[in-house]
Design a protein around this ligand. Structure first.
Ligand code: AHR
Length: 658
């Protein structure tokens, strides 16, 4: 059975596109569903983002006591004096800091302090907010009242908690607003009766306030953000970094064992992106989320290098060979914790105690991050010691390892998968959409582990907005990414997977643009690149179909890939037009399309097709400028039709076939 599609262009570029359906060569997609995300806490993507905790700096982790910065997120109302202290015993050994609240001797009436949330709190009628705090006072044994209120004082709900004692007690509460706040300019407040508490000191620690979470998981994820990510059907989740795996120093690296179990046991850490990480979103929360996504984890493991300013460090930044083994042992313990069968080890017992008796799936281990910056030691011993050391402990798991060194660097054992990162211009992605057509078929596979169009000017891809750095993904950038993705999908025998990065951006505090989703405490903006990822990932066959011709520089500015879903009997044709003119294609099929029609989903400038619009973006203020538009179209004789691919557009067509 040969299926043929021909596309004749109305312009000088007139490629023809033939699909040879189920003829050779036909490629099997290398993993089922190959699009996903690289994840780390950057831009408050985790704390203040996907992690649903509403209170910022809830346990005063990773801050220096007695400094103004330690009070991030906290503010006094009506004269209470706030400071962060380590001078009293903390909630736990992992959480030594307390919020010290001194009530003036002359206090009368309500004395209050507030948490501002992560730049606001989303107060919704009908939501149940589950909260807790630790409190103690050497001289005050009255009550404290907690509330959700607007910044101007409207109380949405409050609860009074009695019985403050002289040692830390955990008090729990539920807040159930019956009215929604008009905006996110809201606070979580704690109030004491000034007259009763005058002259006294209260200490607080480990606050928490959760709204309803995605799938109702305790200590879970923010519903709208999780749903947005879920809706792109990611099939891989690379975590926990990125730079945020590495630490500014060895000691500050991401430590898996400090991210599990009761929140009181998690010290948090100084993250690599300039703010403390609570580690409430820890190893098991990630793995649970990956299970919810039905995705596969790509677990990044610390490989002996930190990213700090090396010259300021007392130690050489790369762990010497004779000191590396403890770090490998640490990863081995982590993998035991993740994968040991139920009831077979102390690690499996601990995992069960923390709520997940069954082992998690784990196949892919990524050794380090961007070790092109430290290739010599990677080649000399780090890669080998991690791969051989881990493999020796888990011969039954058939683990697969991803290298992060330069692709040209020979490694022993040879790498079979390599993670490569590219942040660049639209031109780079368009020009390289063919790069995998000539990738050697030698058993190695490529992981596009981080990529995005980040700027418009070569040489300034990660520079400032004044030299073309994007603040939000643009239509032009998304089209370039899409053109590149057609090349990845077409060559999915050698492109193992890909991950757009970074993922989320809290618009109030961020370190990196552009990002695929931008959000505030209450709103979410899905970018054009988001919709592009969604279109590609949710319209994916099981096999790539060869086309004649395949896209090449002579068929630019059209880029395409076709795939066939063997179970659903659907053919998907993704066509990207990166040019500035509409192009009409005459498509001929060699097979009958059932029903004599196809459907299309399209991203384009739509209502805004004027010159210069290719830089348009969805933003928090205008989130829906570019969204997929669905349509259907007839096919003459069940095998032929014309289709106009608009300037700067991404079109995904679906056809039912026998
Ligand atoms: O995605 C942002 C950063 O870019 C990652 O942390 C790092 O791996 C890359 O350099």
């Amino acid at each position: 059975l040969n299926l043929r599609i021909t596309q004749n262009m109305t312009h000088t570029i007139s490629p023809t596109l033939y699909l040879h359906f189920l003829s050779t060569p036909v490629k099997l997609l290398s993993i089922v569903g190959r699009y996903g995300y690289m994840w780390e806490d950057i831009n408050h993507s985790g704390d203040g983002g996907l992690y649903a905790e509403l209170l910022q700096n809830r346990a005063l982790q990773g801050v220096i006591p007695n400094t103004g910065a330690a009070l991030q997120g906290w503010q006094s109302i009506n004269g209470a004096f706030l400071t962060v202290t380590a001078g009293t015993s903390g909630v736990s050994s992992a959480l030594p800091n307390s919020l010290q609240v001194s009530i003036p001797k002359t206090a009368k009436g309500p004395i209050r302090f507030a948490n501002t949330g992560y730049w606001g709190i989303n107060v919704q009628a009908g939501w149940t907010y589950t909260g807790s705090l630790y409190v103690k006072s050497p001289g005050y044994c009255g009550s404290v009242t907690v509330a959700l209120q607007s910044a101007s004082g409207t109380i949405y709900d409050s609860v009074t908690l009695s019985n403050v004692k002289d040692t830390y007690q955990k008090l729990t509460f539920i807040l159930s607003p019956t009215n929604s706040a008009p905006d996110h300019n809201n606070l979580f407040t704690v109030t004491v009766d000034g007259a009763a508490a005058a002259g006294q000191t209260l200490y607080f620690g480990m606050f928490s306030l959760f709204p309803p979470t995605f799938r109702g998981r305790e200590n879970g994820l923010r519903m709208d953000l999780a749903q947005a990510l879920f809706d792109t059907s990611p099939k891989l989740w690379r975590f926990p970094g990125g730079n945020n795996l590495e630490g500014q120093t060895w000691e500050q690296r991401w430590k898996w064992n400090e991210t599990i179990g009761p929140l009181e046991n998690r010290p948090g850490r100084v993250g690599d992106w300039g703010y403390p990480n609570t580690d409430g979103l820890g190893l098991m929360e990630y793995l649970d989320w990956i299970e919810d996504l039905e995705a596969v984890p790509i677990l990044g493991v610390w490989a002996g290098v930190s990213i700090g300013n090396y010259s300021d460090l007392p130690d050489w930044p790369i762990v010497p060979q004779d000191q590396l083994q403890p770090y490998i042992d640490d990863v081995i313990n982590e993998i035991h914790f993740i994968t040991d069968p139920e009831n077979t080890s102390e690690w499996a017992a601990l995992r069960a105690e923390y709520g997940h008796p069954a082992p998690y799936n784990l196949t892919y281990i990524e050794v380090g991050n961007e070790d092109q910056f430290a290739p010599d030691s990677y080649q000399a011993y780090r890669w080998q010691m991690f791969v051989d050391g881990i493999n020796a402990s888990f011969p039954h798991l058939s683990l697969q390892f991803l290298a992060t060194s330069p692709p040209s660097l020979p490694l022993d054992p040879p790498y079979l998968k390599i993670d490569f990162h590219q942040y660049s211009t639209p031109g780079w992605f368009i020009n390289n959409s063919y790069m995998f057509d000539t990738y050697p078929r030698n058993g190695t596979q490529w992981f596009m582990g981080e990529y995005a169009v980040t700027g418009t000017e070569t040489g300034c891809e990660l520079g400032s907005p004044s030299c073309g750095r994007l603040l939000y993904p643009t239509l032009e950038g998304a089209c370039a990414e899409a053109a590149f993705m057609t090349g990845m999908e077409r060559n999915s025998d050698v492109v193992f997977a890909s991950a757009y990065a970074p993922s989320l951006q809290n618009v109030n505090s961020y370190q990196w643009t552009p990002d695929i989703i931008t959000f505030s405490a209450r709103s979410v903006a899905k970018s054009v690149s988001y919709y592009n990822q969604q279109l590609f990932a949710t319209n994916l066959g099981t096999h790539v179909l060869a086309t004649i011709p395949e896209p090449s520089p002579s068929t630019a500015p059209l880029y395409w890939v076709a795939s066939h879903h063997a179970t659903n009997q659907l053919v998907f044709l993704k066509v990207v037009n990166t040019g500035s003119a509409d192009l009409v294609g005459n498509l001929f099929f060699d097979f009958p399309v059932i029903g004599g029609f196809g459907t299309a989903q399209q991203l384009s400038a739509g209502l805004y097709p004027t010159p210069g619009v290719y830089n348009i973006s969805n933003t928090l203020e205008t989130p829906d400028v570019i969204t997929p538009v669905a349509s259907s179209f007839g096919i003459v004789d069940s095998s032929e039709f014309n289709y106009t691919f608009p300037q700067s557009s991404i079109t995904v067509m679906t056809f039912a076939v026998d």
